[in-house]
Design a protein around this ligand. Structure first.
Ligand SMILES: [Zn+2]
Length: 364
């Protein structure tokens, strides 16, 4: 069933999406057709702690409801969906130890936001929320697939998987962390304790790491060295601009980036044989700079992909694995969060959370 085919009883219900990030929080109010009625953005102010953030989120929701909902009544709000950096313990609705949100570990986000707003709250990882948005409203919806993966290249590498019409959560909701699969066994040490994780290479920070490596090698160029040693630091976007201007060393950094991303994608295809894998996040805007190396690597490291490779990579073909850029851009996380309350009664996600709880309790 398509998400926007709302039943008459649900037709009038709006939903709230919250995209919680390390630097900012976005809150959006969506009408029943998932059109954005209004939104608020605020700084996360990590040091003030999660209770203060929940109070500010609740105030923003009250403001949006008062402005955009008839009579300012929360009765027509189906619920709140919130996407948070992972790992999250979905069984308990609490945050894990998050590098970008120091001091927020073990915070009961789901219960706290429900208490502050009086609304039902569905918690999900931000990467899963983005995958849900692309599945229901973005590239996955156009293709009408019931299984797909989405890899989000941002500060880190997030990933979410839809398998046979359900988000794959794993036992406690930590399933699908491709960003922490190792692609360089003797590589740099990751914050998770492993060496050579995908997100050390195929993220914004990873691209900077690769650019530094190239600049100090025999293939470095003066332009890349100047960029890296600049007094004000440099960003992944700066490396992209330099690569587009023709700098060979910056281009090489993107090719290595594409190689590592390709290893991650090949491992996913080898494991799941999916019809669609989308690449999103800020660095994915530089698609043309890394995609050729990524595709070459996927072909080299995945026999399955070689067997199901489309005749051309830009068009979806049935029974072929499509690898392409995500369609929704930076709003995917907020849209996916807004979809969560609607999906809860449809794809069994609430029940699924209970199943997870029951399963996990069985192991205690
Ligand atoms: Zn890691």
């Amino acid at each position: 069933m398509h998400i926007l085919d709302t039943s008459p009883t649900e037709a009038a219900l709006s939903s709230v999406g919250v995209d919680l990030g390390g630097t900012s929080i976005r809150v959006g109010l969506f009408d029943p057709a998932m059109r954005l009625l209004g939104s608020r953005q605020m700084k996360t102010l990590v040091a003030e702690g999660p209770d203060a953030a929940v109070r500010r989120i609740a105030a923003a929701i009250d403001e949006l409801v008062a402005t955009h909902v008839l009579a300012g009544s929360k009765a027509s709000i189906q619920g709140i969906g919130i996407g948070s950096p992972g790992p999250i313990d979905l069984r308990e609705g609490i945050l894990g130890e998050l590098p970008n949100l120091p001091g927020w570990g073990a915070f009961p986000l789901r219960a706290a936001l429900a208490a502050a707003t009086g609304l039902e709250v569905v918690l999900e990882s931000d990467a899963n929320a983005a995958a849900i948005a692309e599945w229901k409203l973005g590239a996955g919806s156009k293709a009408d697939v019931d299984s797909m993966g989405m890899i989000t290249l941002g500060t880190g590498v997030g990933s979410g998987f839809i398998l046979n019409g359900e988000v794959w959560h794993g036992i406690r909701g930590m399933g699908g962390e491709v960003g922490h699969s190792s692609v360089e066994l003797h590589g740099a040490l990751c914050g998770c304790g492993t060496r050579g994780c995908l997100e050390l290479y195929a993220s914004a920070g990873g691209l900077k790491r690769l650019a530094r490596d190239v600049s100090t090698s025999s293939q470095g160029t003066e332009a890349l060295q100047a960029l890296i040693s600049g007094a004000n630091g440099f960003s992944a976007a700066d490396v992209g601009a330099l690569a587009l201007s023709g700098d060979r060393a910056a281009q090489l950094a993107f090719e290595r980036f594409g190689f590592y991303l390709g290893l991650g994608v090949a491992n996913v295809i080898n494991t799941l044989d999916l019809p669609m894998i989308l690449i999103g996040g800020g660095v994915a805007d530089s698609w043309n700079l890394f995609a050729p190396a990524m595709f070459e690597t996927v072909r080299t490291y995945s026999q399955i992909y070689r067997l199901v490779e489309p005749s051309q990579t830009v068009v979806l073909e049935s029974d072929r694995t499509f690898i392409g850029p995500a369609a929704l851009g930076p709003v995917a996380g907020l849209l996916g969060a807004g979809l969560l309350p609607r999906l809860a009664g449809r794809t069994g996600m609430s029940r699924r959370n209970e199943d997870i709880s029951r399963l996990a309790n069985g192991f205690d």
